[in-house]
Design a protein around this ligand. Sequence first.
Ligand code: HEM
Length: 169
Amino acid sequence: MQSLQEKASEWSGVDPNDAFAIDQINLYQKLGLQTFINLSTNFYNRVYDDEEEWFRSIFANSKKEDAIQNQYEFFVQRMGGPPLYSQRRGHPALIGRHRPFPVTHQAAERWLHHMQQALDNTTDIDSDSKIKMMNFFRHTAFFLVAGNELKNQKQSIACKHAASKPAAV
Ligand code: HEM
């Protein structure tokens, strides 16, 4: 059976070496905290204003300010900076934390669309950093899609068992 990482590589079209090229350079040192804050603010402004209601509604139960902070603290921590995210929230456990949300292929593409726009509209991000970040985001997004499909499979297996029980009289 294909691992989640293998599915992520196949669906995203991003080789793991490219996805984790963010580890060959310290992007936090290169870009600085404020750039990460600006990037996540730009991203979530787009998400919360999305004309596609189906996508915007995925975030309906989260406060925009919290979503921004959760995201930039995670990016800072993952890209060579201090562990701001884990100090406040614990282990990132991204698949588990996305469990409540419908992380489909379509949702991943929409998330990535907004992230590409946000990267292109945030000042002081050079093109090499943009490419490295986007490869990491793309691979991670489809890793989450693979995790989401596993969750749905487990649920459908559980349903099958329940359905095969003799009907109550
Ligand atoms: C694939 C499409 C994705 C969807 C639909 C999605 C959706 C969401 C939603 C609805 C939240 C809750 C907002 C909040 O309260 O923080 C969230 C949180 C988060 N997402 Fe995603 N996300 C996606 C991809 C990603 C990717 C690619 C990353 C990382 C590269 C990521 C990292 C995070 C982090 C760190 C949080 C905060 C988790 C927490 O502390 O509770 N997400 N996401």
